[in-house]
Design a protein around this ligand. Structure first.
Ligand code: NDP
Ligand code: OXD
Length: 302
């Protein structure tokens, strides 16, 4: 029973020492595999192309929170996404930063600053800004609580719409949710249902002049729809951590538009210790026959 670790080499020493301390064998890199039958689980961002050589493989662990980049796994192989408080807190921090950036008109002041223009504009109270969070899972809920503590009028939307920390809408009530979102935050997983969800129809359903904060996945957003919405004034500004494609080409219009701020998918990075701890919990579950933590439902896709 061993874990094959194929993620970034700089994390290997931390993983190695934590696994050694627990007495669970770890193999660093595919080149180091001598007997593929020993591999019980693989921790990776992208798994090895040929999984069929690992005849005793029982789980693949995504070293991130998202799993949309992974191919379908062979039958009987569980998919686990890394559950780590650090990932959730980092994305929460990025979302709070982006929300305040747009709420306090920073793109406009940065543009004015480049022209040497000293000019003030009205400042709205946080409580007058209705924030809507699309995706109220582990990260959406954390972000909602922080934004609520800052005074924003926060609501959330999930597939089920079950009660949460803030007023909730179900996916079937999307229009009503969008109509009350002056600032829309996307924290959805990418699934067949959510691909392209930020499109002409949804952006048009927001109040005029709404802002967009997006840290889900690039393929949620139709960038042509965003460009048109910025042009018409339907959307006033956007801050994005994820794009389609990634990396965003150097000549992409979004880099040039002063109303759009892009960060290069850095809202969160998995801390090596937290990632290794999650993988250890998966290995223990496989050993003890208990529920694998972070188990992804292959039908729902998250
Ligand atoms: P969770 O699985 O905990 O939560 C997902 C949420 O999305 C749930 O509330 C779920 O609803 C909701 N949802 C799923 N499908 C739909 C749908 N069709 N319509 C409406 N709501 C839907 O995920 P996390 O909070 O941990 O992570 C969310 C995403 O954040 C990740 O999948 C990833 O894409 C992104 N992410 C980005 C990072 C970055 O660096 N930019 C870092 C980490 C994550 P329900 O509760 O009813 O199931
Ligand atoms: C993740 C990410 O899914 O980095 O963890 O986006």
């Amino acid at each position: 029973m061993a874990l094959l670790f194929t993620s970034t080499p700089d994390r290997r020493p931390v993983w190695q020492s934590l696994f050694e301390a627990e007495g669970i064998p770890i193999i660093s890199g595919e080149d180091a595999v001598t007997d593929p039958a020993e591999v019980t689980a693989i921790a990776c961002w992208v798994p090895p192309a040929d999984l069929s050589r690992y005849s005793n493989l029982r789980a693949v662990i995504s070293v991130g929170a998202g799993v949309d980049h992974l191919p379908p796994l062979p039958a009987g192989v569980a998919l686990s996404r890394t559950l780590a408080p650090g990932i959730e807190a980092m994305v929460r921090d990025w979302v709070v930063m982006a929300t305040l950036t747009l709420h306090r008109d920073l793109p406009r002041y940065l543009e004015q600053g480049r022209a040497g223009t000293w000019q003030s504009h009205p400042v709205a109270l946080a409580g007058s800004r209705r924030v809507g969070i699309l995706g109220m899972g582990r990260i959406g809920t954390l972000a909602a609580l922080s934004l609520q503590a800052l005074g924003f009028d926060v609501a959330g939307l999930s597939r089920s719409g079950v009660d949460g920390a803030v007023p909730m809408f179900a996916a079937s009530d999307m229009e009503r949710f969008l109509a009350r979102s002056d600032l829309l935050i996307c924290l959805l997983p990418l699934t067949p249902e959510t691909r392209g969800i930020l499109n002409v129809k949804t952006l048009s359903a927001l109040p005029r002049g709404a802002c967009l904060v997006h840290a889900g996945r690039g393929a949620h957003l139709d960038t042509v729809a965003l460009r048109d919405a910025l042009k018409s004034g339907q959307i006033s500004a956007a801050m994005l951590d994820v794009t389609n494609p990634e990396p965003l080409p150097a000549d992409h219009w979004m880099w040039q538009d002063p109303r759009v701020i892009v960060t290069p998918h850095v809202a969160a990075q998995t801390d090596a210790t937290e990632g290794a701890r999650h993988a250890l919990s998966v290995m223990r579950a496989l050993r003890d026959g208990t529920q694998v933590p972070g188990l992804v439902d292959p039908v729902r896709g998250y």
